[in-house]
Design a protein around this ligand. Structure first.
Ligand code: ZN
Ligand code: ZN
Length: 368
């Protein structure tokens, strides 16, 4: 079938939703090596910096898979205002992955099949209906399973951006091969600020450099519910910022160049052979005179570099996605770091990385 005759894929509304921010990789006292990080401290801190959601992802091997009777059963695991996702860090001999779910699920089953063949794991994962995400894919304990088990990839782990350069390469390889995998962040924070000097541990200094929000993952959710957060993560309407106060990257495309944006990052649409106008917008910038650099990646290769400055912090470019084969575009934003006073050493460590978008996709097979 010629591309022009292909029915347009349904694209969700660009206006009917809200941006919610949170952290998708945090360890509480239910992970053995964490310190000074009870669930109540994570929740109170998350609220204090304006987070909308958080997923506490304790190591499941520390409780032999029974997160339901540890993290989730903790009387402190409750909040009226913060959306709490259900999850855990699947901690196996072949590496680490995070589960994200809106409701409790039978995590024990996933733990129990961890050493089986990927085909058997895939059956259990599908049956549980969970979102599975590879953690720190280019680092120690990288996800050593088939990426076909995944909905997303932790492309930005912790405040140390330099650790993630190789994760970009893995992500681009997956995207280039037709895998529409969402990129997301996770602080992987294990340690809280001690309440008293006597509680200080060798790792306590980490709490002042890497904690909830370094980085922050934004999702464009249709409602303020845990399910909508997970759905947005699966659909890729997601961007990552170095901290909760750093600018949020929004990436849109105007397919017919009528001045109205038609799709955003995460969306997949047929290529028509006509030029497409793209817009990168930095929301929540705090200093109007700041200048940012937008680097556009097309199909894994550099496409162009554009400045964003002034009050609007917008960059625009035009390109014609090929009608033959797949094309994706994603953007990397660099520039002045934004202060995060609640985690005072973070700014110095994250360098000039400001944010990452997810891709806008053309001609990806929705049934892949
Ligand atoms: Zn891990
Ligand atoms: Zn972890």
């Amino acid at each position: 079938m010629a591309p022009a005759q292909r029915a347009a894929l349904p694209v969700a509304s660009l206006s009917n939703g809200m941006w919610l921010k949170g952290d998708l990789h945090v360890h509480s006292r239910h992970s053995n090596e964490s310190s000074n990080n009870p669930v109540r401290k994570i929740i109170a801190f998350s609220r204090s910096v304006g987070m909308d959601y958080v997923c506490i992802t304790d190591h499941d091997n520390h409780v032999n898979g029974d997160v339901a009777h540890h993290t989730w059963a903790d009387p402190e695991f409750t909040s009226d205002s913060l959306l709490l996702l259900y999850g855990a860090e699947w901690t196996t001999t072949r590496g680490h992955g995070n589960v994200f779910a809106a409701k409790p699920y039978d995590h024990q089953r996933l733990f129990d099949v961890r050493d089986q063949r990927d085909v058997a794991i895939g059956v259990v994962k599908k049956d549980l209906g969970i979102h599975l995400s590879a953690n720190h894919p280019s680092g120690k304990d990288h996800f050593g399973y088939s990426y076909d088990l995944l909905e997303s990839l932790e492309v930005w782990n912790s405040v140390l951006w330099s650790k993630n350069e190789n994760a970009m390469m893995i992500w681009d390889d997956m995207l280039s091969s037709g895998r529409k995998l969402t990129g997301r962040g996770g602080s992987d924070a294990h340690h809280g600020v001690p309440d008293t000097p006597a509680q200080t541990t060798a790792n306590s200094k980490q709490a002042t450099a890497n904690y909830v929000g370094t980085p922050t993952t934004w999702v464009f959710a249709t409602t303020r519910t845990p399910q909508a957060v997970v759905d947005a993560l699966t659909n890729g309407r997601v961007s990552i910022s170095s901290n909760p106060f750093a600018p949020r990257v929004e990436f849109y495309a105007d397919l017919d160049r009528d001045g109205t944006m038609d799709v955003m990052m995460g969306d997949n649409t047929p290529a028509t052979g006509q030029p497409v106008a793209f817009r990168v917008q930095l929301a929540g910038t705090t200093i109007p005179t700041d200048e940012y650099t937008i680097r556009v990646v097309k199909n894994g290769a550099p496409f162009g570099t554009f400045p964003a400055h002034g009050q609007t912090h917008t960059a625009e470019f035009t390109d014609t996605p090929a009608t033959d084969g797949r094309t994706y575009y994603r953007v990397v934003v660099e520039g002045p770091p934004t202060a995060y006073p609640q985690v005072p050493q973070a700014m110095a460590l994250n360098g000039n990385m400001v944010g990452l978008s997810n891709p806008i996709y053309f001609n990806f097979d929705p049934n892949f």
